[in-house]
Ligand binder design. Sequence first.
Ligand SMILES: *[C@@H]1O[C@H](CO)[C@@H](O)[C@H](O)[C@H]1NC(C)=O
Length: 384
Amino acid sequence: MDIYSTALVLCALFLTGSGDPLIPPQGAGTQTGEQTPVLSIEPRNAVVRQGDSVSFRCLIQSGAQPIQLEWKKINNQLLADNVKMGPDGSVLTISNSRLGNQGTYRCVGTNAHGRSTSSASLTIQYAPKVQATPKGPVRLRVGEAINLECHATGRPRPSVSWQRQGGGKTGTSSSTEAKAMVQVAAASPSDGGVYVCKAENSEGVAELKVEVTVEGGAQTPTPPRASILQGDTVAVEGDSATLTCQATGYPAPVIGWSKLRAPCPGSTRQDSGQYICNATNTAGFSEATVQIEVETPPYATCIPEQVRVQVGDVIRLQCLAHGTPPVRFHWTRVRGSMPPRAQITDGALVISQARSADAGTYKCVASNKWGSSEAQVKVTIRSA
Ligand SMILES: *[C@@H]1O[C@H](CO)[C@@H](O)[C@H](O)[C@H]1NC(C)=O
């Protein structure tokens, strides 16, 4: 098996190398050239699997004999213990190759005229290795984020992806070069389980499992129970009222508000009425209601605003007010006292047997719990 794959690699490289020019001598120095060794290496590049063996042959193209050959690794690193030179130095064999053997090898030829080198490179292919962050097991609570990252090494560069054991969605997963992510913004119980990172290249497959536990996941769905924090509420017109609805239940209920039609149509207190909080989840729904009364201070008007009567007639003044009942009315006379004949009933001021002294301006003040408002009416008396 080893021999077979090595032979294959060598054959492929001979083919690609056939058209290439020979590597010119390096380090020929000031020598005139003809006599200095000229070397080449076959193959010039080798790609082997980890554990396989490979040989490089250093060929003497020209140069005056005797030529002494030796091999060095680039940067004059020592040759590893599994790298051996043949007796005449022309063949370098790397047996049971490992990652550390990767790199550039130089064949150095020396004779009486000088010294030259040729180099070749070795690439080791290996099956992927994977690493996950966090390592796991991962424990988190419902609603928290899941972020898993898988990093793979290997040559050729592996493809890497996340899968769920037993199928199922992995949330947002993305893979870029030799890296794959799983992202879930808010974990739900169904996101719990075993996540498998798989990396693959021509040399093999690597898998790594990360167990994710989403706590609170064992909870069975329970129907919502809605409650409104405020009791029935009275608000003054123009002010704002805040109602808070809260709901228990699993999964977390969605809360919505609506309003029942106002009890008396045409009411000016448009916002008064019954408000409904509706909490819904997969297990059911729950409603809670609250009564809101919007109170308004009075707004007074007099009808009519001018009154003309003949002496001896009855003066009738009417004050009207919008506003939350009960509304009380209070009549006074502007600059002057109220005639003793005046009678007040339900916002109406009645003065019998008008006299010219009754002429003037009268004021009505309408008031309720929330405020007061005034309106005036002018009375003119014509003599008969
Ligand atoms: C509350 O929600 C449930 C389910 O969506 C619906 O059937 C019900 O009519 C809603 N109640 C109100 C008052 O909107």
